[in-house]
Ligand binder design. Sequence first.
Ligand code: CA
Ligand code: CA
Ligand code: CA
Ligand code: CA
Length: 239
Amino acid sequence: MKNAISRVGGGTLVLAALAAAALGAASALWYMTLDVNVTATTGELDWEIRNNTIYTNDPCTDNLGNNITWPDTNAFPPDFDPVIAPEGKDVGCTAIEPIDTDLDGDYDTLNITIHNAYPYYATEVDFRVRNTGTIPLKIWRIQVILDNGTTMNYTELNPDEVENEGLYLDLNEDGYADVLFLWGDNFGVQLETGQSADESLHIVVLQEAPQNATLHFMIGLDAVQWNEYDSVISSTPTP
Ligand SMILES: [Ca+2]
Ligand SMILES: [Ca+2]
Ligand SMILES: [Ca+2]
Ligand SMILES: [Ca+2]
């Protein structure tokens, strides 16, 4: 009888040892899982406006910063197709200054100033956006930032407004639109790390723009990681 009890006792010990071993295995597995999570570091979402790709068809200065004369472009309704001003007149010009607003070493915003503009003066702002992060991204929306800090966001959700018909903007908030923006596309185009996409913006000054005023605003962009794009645009109203 003692022997039988002893055997049972021995069996219990063996089971306990097996359970401990199993627990040890589970612990090891748990730590391995943790290791995997730690090793899979998060990616970086980042992009830049490349400095040497910023272009306007009516610059105020040359590459050395000297003032230059450059014929204006005009664009009249209803189609606003740009044409060189009659007799190659030079009245207005466009200055573009890239800014690094978050001080991370790359340009993310454009400071745009239109000097001496008049109704139907037209200008073009082109630039290239490059994915400088480590994960694919898509350009989500445009930001137009007014002097008083008001920021308006536009996505491709209203393609007729942003890409085709254009966007009428009241820069000085007097109730009348001062400029018409017409955008190129490349919303939602996937950019792998290191890849670039061109953005172009046509700006036409309208009849109601203030006289003797310098038109100024800033342009920024928002990008999202590639697999967030659809859910972001479908859940966010514009502007
Ligand atoms: Ca950046
Ligand atoms: Ca000019
Ligand atoms: Ca930056
Ligand atoms: Ca206005």
